[in-house]
Write a protein that binds this ligand. Structure first.
Ligand code: PMP
Length: 365
């Protein structure tokens, strides 16, 4: 039967959520497929949310005034430079809706965050993916060369999801100087708190220099609020004004706003947790390398195993240890850094996998 719905949706894939692990062989399952924070929420954040629960008969503040004020102080910008959304993925969607006309191009590196092409297409724009370089980094020269008058928006993902590779500051500045100054460039910094690279690009610094730069941050990862859905953009006030026009009204709950404000106050406590995840990332990377698996150095809260044609077999061994990871068939696995127990299990499974395969073929060889 011919659908009366929007043309093309029958071939359009929905966003793929990270798989839930199956409990198996008596192992407690661990989900390492969605880059979630393994720590439970801070008690102070839980208490703030609990207090707010008494008000859920009321709509939230549509303008998130208090939170935008706190974020403005935190970043030394004006509240007019801040827009919030139901997760940074919703803010990314707002940016696409506010910047592009139907048929305009939205450029991003590929592979990168899987939502970019989906959000662009839903908004009526056209995805313009540019292949990563052989080191897994954004090919900024190729990206600059491919910018056309129809390219209204560029996403730069730093560190990149799914491989954890960082964009260097000098390279991003050179890119910004090459492209038209009215092309909006979003630095998606969902994982910035885990990034310890000395020469990384830093969105807020670029925003202060280049008015066409917008910065995307989230409370989902380092702050551990993925379930409450809250993220924000820092950008020129003219863009922020338009983001507010295209946003879904009331998408950000008062619970999320309160949790975000409380989290900003708990920066030091949260930083300790981030430090643990970063040191676990080192331990996991070294352990996987020792086991003989082709893992890349990462500056995010996940690592990329470049398992190429060995991907399905490796994923199966991990599933047999009650670990779910993000599988990119024939390419590799993205594995979130979990709790120390989850990471121990991962390393056990990796050693077992390495014994059962002579070699795990790598795409990069
Ligand atoms: N950007 C990147 C690069 C991501 O990996 C993610 C989450 N997977 C997001 C944005 C969106 O996160 P959230 O909507 O939870 O803020």
């Amino acid at each position: 039967m011919k659908s009366s719905h929007r043309a093309g949706l029958e071939n359009f894939p929905p966003y793929r959520q990270g798989k839930t692990p199956q409990s198996i062989n008596g192992f407690e399952p661990h989900k390492l497929s969605s880059n979630e924070n393994p720590f439970p929420p801070l008690p102070s954040v839980v208490a703030a949310v609990a207090q707010e629960l008494g008000n859920i008969n009321l709509y939230p503040d549509i303008g998130a005034a208090e939170l935008r004020h706190s974020l403005a102080l935190h970043w030394s910008v004006s509240p007019e430079n801040i827009a919030v959304g139901a997760g940074s993925v919703e803010v990314a969607s707002q940016i696409i809706h506010a910047v592009t006309n139907p048929g305009d191009l939205v450029m991003f590196a590929w592979r990168s965050f899987e939502a970019y092409p989906l959000l662009a297409t839903v908004a009526g724009a056209v995805p313009q993916p540019i292949a990563l370089n052989p080191e897994g980094g954004h090919d900024l020269d190729a990206m600059a060369a491919a910018v056309t008058a129809r390219t209204k928006l560029v996403f730069l993902c730093n560190p990149n999801n799914p491989n954890g590779v960082v964009l260097e500051s000098a390279a991003v500045e050179a890119f910004l100087q090459k492209i038209p100054s009215d092309t909006v460039v979003v630095l998606d910094e969902a994982y910035i708190q885990f990034n310890r690279s000395a020469d990384t690009a830093i969105g807020i610094e670029l925003f202060r220099k280049y008015p066409n730069v917008a910065v995307l941050h989230t409370f989902s990862k380092a702050y551990g609020l993925a379930g409450l859905r809250i993220g924000y953009a820092i950008a020129a006030s003219s863009l922020i004004e338009n983001l507010q026009k295209v946003a879904v009204p009331f998408a950000v709950s008062a619970l999320a706003q309160r949790a975000a404000m409380e989290s900003l106050r708990s920066g030091a406590e949260l930083q300790e947790r981030v430090d643990v995840i970063v040191s676990e990332r080192r331990r996991v990377t070294d352990g996987l390398l020792d086991a003989g698996l082709p893992v890349w150095p990462s500056e995010a809260n996940f690592v990329w195993i470049d398992s190429g044609s060995g991907t399905a077999a490796l994923a199966e061994v991990l599933a047999g240890h009650a670990l779910s990871v993000r599988v990119f068939p024939e390419e590799g696995l993205r594995v979130t850094i979990g709790s120390p127990e989850a990471n121990d299990r991962l390393l056990d499974a990796a050693r077992q996998a390495a014994e059962s395969f002579d070699t795990v073929p790598s795409q990069r060889s």
